[in-house]
Design a protein around this ligand. Structure first.
Ligand SMILES: O=P(O)(O)OC[C@H](O)CO
Ligand SMILES: [Mg+2]
Length: 285
């Protein structure tokens, strides 16, 4: 598929337009970390703290080297690359990092900053609500909640089965979602990184194919739309024969853009009707 560069976006925040697929999308699979919830700020904070304890500087370029790796492998790379070798073992680093993350994870927020608009909402209300009431110029209700919460609620209300397919392990998933029970209760199921059936991590298709199998009935991969933030996740979805929307504002490598069917800077730019899904009935302000 021909790719448009981010700078030639047709719509704001969208790097490529798609035509609705021939076979309608009937099921949706969400990646978790970086798509529904973002743990990267927590990892950055914790790793900065550990390094500063040893008087070492934090270089953000380390994060790309850790992406998609198993915890034990990423700990080994981190200790070696940051000069902690001899001061802290990979196991010691993991233990310290996990303890700090467990403290921070319950404060996770759904993406993309579901309440990011709140500071300006008051001002907008002053102008928009009287207009709305007077002219009835907006079709339907106003969406105060955006992003993940809006999309998941919308698909659930329209009977589109959804699930989560993630490399995140059970313990972390439970801590990260403990304050988002309502949203995750709308998922038909969740396939976790330490699920015994998942033999190979993304970019292998395993986690998506197992997620597919756990939906009711016989669902064809071509009927599934996957939301992913990582190049390896997009590759996994394509390897599973599914369509993939990549959520990325960080400009990852070009190969990831080539594989994704659509690249959006966030879920705020997602239009269900592009994929033959029921359109939103509310209007985001
Ligand atoms: O992006 P996810 O949901 O597959 O999660 C990846 C994990 O955070 C990394 O192990
Ligand atoms: Mg992810």
């Amino acid at each position: 598929m021909a790719m448009a560069s981010p700078s030639s976006a047709g719509l704001e925040g969208e790097t490529e337009r798609v035509s609705p697929p021939k076979g309608a999308i009937t099921h949706v699979i969400f990646d978790f970390d970086g798509t529904l919830i973002d743990t990267q700020p927590f990892y950055t904070l914790v790793q900065e703290r550990i390094l500063s304890r040893f008087g070492k500087p934090y270089d953000p370029s380390i994060e790309a080297k850790l992406m998609g790796k198993k915890p034990t492998e990423s700990a080994r790379i981190f200790v070696e690359e940051t000069g902690l070798a001899g001061l802290l073992t990979p196991e010691g680093f993991l233990e310290e990092r996990n303890a700090m993350l467990t403290e921070l994870f319950p404060s996770s927020q759904l993406l993309p900053g579901e309440f990011s608009k709140l500071p300006i909402l008051g001002l907008l209300f002053l102008f928009l609500i009287p207009l709305y009431l007077h002219f009835g110029c907006l079709n339907g209700t106003l969406a105060l909640i955006t992003g993940v919460k809006r999309l998941v609620s919308h698909l659930h209300a329209n009977g589109i089965p959804m699930c989560v397919a993630t490399g995140t392990y059970k313990h972390n998933f439970e801590v990260l979602t403990q304050n988002h029970g309502e949203t995750f209760a709308m998922m038909h199921h969740v396939v976790l990184g330490d699920d015994p059936e998942v033999k190979k991590r993304k970019p292998a298709p395993d986690v998506f194919l197992i997620a597919l199998k756990r939906f009711e009935g016989n669902v064809d991969p071509s009927e599934v739309l996957v939301f992913e933030d990582a190049p390896s996740g997009v590759a996994a979805a394509k390897n599973a024969g599914m369509s993939a929307v990549m959520l990325s504002d960080a400009g990852p490598d070009a190969s990831a853009y080539k594989q994704a069917d659509q690249v959006l800077s966030s879920l705020l730019d997602f239009k269900p009707s592009h994929w033959g899904l029921p359109p939103f009935k509310d209007t985001v302000i």
